[in-house]
Design a protein around this ligand. Sequence first.
Ligand code: PEP
Ligand code: MN
Length: 355
Amino acid sequence: MDEKNLEKLRQEVDAINFELLRLINQRGALVKEIANVKQKQGQPKFDPMRERAMLNRLIERNEGPFDDKTVSYLFKQIFKASLSLQQEDNSRRLLVSRERHAENTIVDVGGKLIGAQPIIIAGPCAVESEEQIEIVAQELVAQGLSFIRAGAFKPRTSPYDFQGLGLEGLKILRKVADKYDLKVVSEIVSPVDIPLATEYVDVIQIGARNMQNYELLKAAGMVKTPVLLKRGISATIEELIFAAEYIVSKGNSQVMLIERGIRTYERWTRNTLDILAVPILKQETHLPVLVDISHSAGRKDIAIPIAKAALAAGADGIMVEFHPDPEVALSDANQQLNHAQFRELLTSLRTGNFI
Ligand code: PEP
Ligand code: MN
């Protein structure tokens, strides 16, 4: 008789479990509807006041046998799960997400594609003179490369360090690049200079220090010029993705991401190259992902293995600093490759079929 009774009780518990499951999911569906309404109204998803009031009301009605603390804990878990349901939904909706757009975005820089075949963006840290950019351009052309990088606006740690040639630097880049049919990648640091950028550069670089400069991101989103967005010095992968979303949500779909190392306790490299970010960004977004092997390492003796690691991890290209005479460079002298080192890097990548 006891056996039969136990079986019946168990069946009742099982039925309640299924009913709870149905109710929890019904609740989840409602919560998602609420999230949609809140999204449209621009309201925050989490409402702690409402949650507290609800917990109080549940405790008031609690007749046991669960004590108030347990009831409060159980409902808190339901609230938390619902919130993450809303947030997951939100990130699934991101324009840059792979879930939203399955195919890879191929960025078209005046006919040169990024995201199709691995590419190399090379050049000095900063524009120092027309002669310097001429020498770099000649080397790039000799190597069959299409993208020249060089900073005209340099965000330096110290205000007393070389700040770049500004507009003059952009003019030099444009002039030399046109002469050699190269595409210019150069950093813009202020939203007011975005219109200037559209005139002189082919790719607007947004630097690590500006990854969360939202006004700059929005301004870059309002033009058609492709954007190369660097990961912030202490930014998470998610923050980088949201920063890209700022640009794309304003209308500019031509965005590329670049991992350039993050700050850790390690001192033997300038930053720590987060190689894991490459496959994660490729998986979570549809944007091209590049790796900066110069600002991550801050040294040149390991340029070849890092470049190979980046490309093996699935990067769509690498950025590398190359200067005709690194020893006299006005910035980042330690990490810029000279002619011989640059050629050695390219030969090694080519013979290994990395590019
Ligand atoms: C650069 O690429 O010139 C540069 C300043 O890099 P980062 O913003 O990654 O420090
Ligand atoms: Mn540099």
